[in-house]
Design a protein around this ligand. Sequence first.
Ligand code: FE
Length: 370
Amino acid sequence: MMRFEYFSPTRIVFGRGKLKDIANFIPQESSRIFIVTGRHSSKANGALDLLKSSIQGKDILLFDEIEENPSVQTVNKCASIARKEKVDLIIGLGGGSAMDVAKFIALLVTNGGVVEEYLNGKVPVNELLPIVEIPTTAGSGSEVTPTAVITMGIIKKGYSDLGFFPKLAILDPTVTLSMPYEVTVNTGLDAFTHAIEGYFSSRATPISDLIAVEAMKVIKDVLPVVAANGNDIEARSQMLYASMLGGLVISQTGTIILHGMSYSLTTFYKVPHGRATGVLLPWVIEFLSGGELTLSLQEKIALITKVVGSTDEIHKFVNSLGVSTKLRDYGVTENDMPRFVQDVRGRRNLGITPVKVIEEDIINIYRQAL
Ligand code: FE
């Protein structure tokens, strides 16, 4: 019997040149706007200047030091600036890192304290500040999700709150044009795995499945095109669309063991997030195909094989983008197994994986991939 929920409250504005129209879409009552972004790319590609000139007349504060895999310290620092300056709207401009930090700031400004308290279970009681997200990569999908990832110590932690759903996502493919090859590939693989993992998640719904299949098809066709020619605005546009679709999927379904297992590669070997998920993709699909499968899971595996390819073809697809699917090529050895497994232990991704996963399975997948 069919039974599901679907909630996706973010206003999505998509189109070439839309960033310069942003003033038409942000809440009129917002007057003190805090922009958070990374050190380089949004300046190099002109997105930051374009954003600032498009919201002239508002007070603008800028924090432009968001690092890759942002830390709790960065978030807390931004939040104290935002509180002191009494900002009333947060804009995240950049990849997943900047967009995720924007969400945590929006929470901390109205609810007080430091981010660690919330990661450890404190529940926010006040409404968050409104969040606007402007992705400059085509990967995380964070612009439409209620989730953000932060690094505490050496551990990457996910946090979800309905207030994290951005009020507005501005998707303008022109700001993704200048992404370098590696970033294009890494973030594209992240979007690809979001769609695939969301499709397999035990929280998948009929609507999220429709979106997931569409996202997979587009990325399979278009990621090689945009990797070969980063100036292809139509292909960039398709990738930005598909990564947003991937975000819509995981906003309903979460991600499964593939994401859960990828964090250790990022934590211990500095493999960029999306790349780490691409490395493990064929191995996890192989694992999912190997067990005793329910009918619906068999159907899903069959569809993946049709749309994305067999596991051999998935290896070839990922390899063709210049990404090895062998862990040893990133420096991983048998000696890493204990700390890798330790990193996966207790992650909520495990609970929504559609087959039962025990620690031995996790080790086996990593070992196969060595
Ligand atoms: Fe991801």
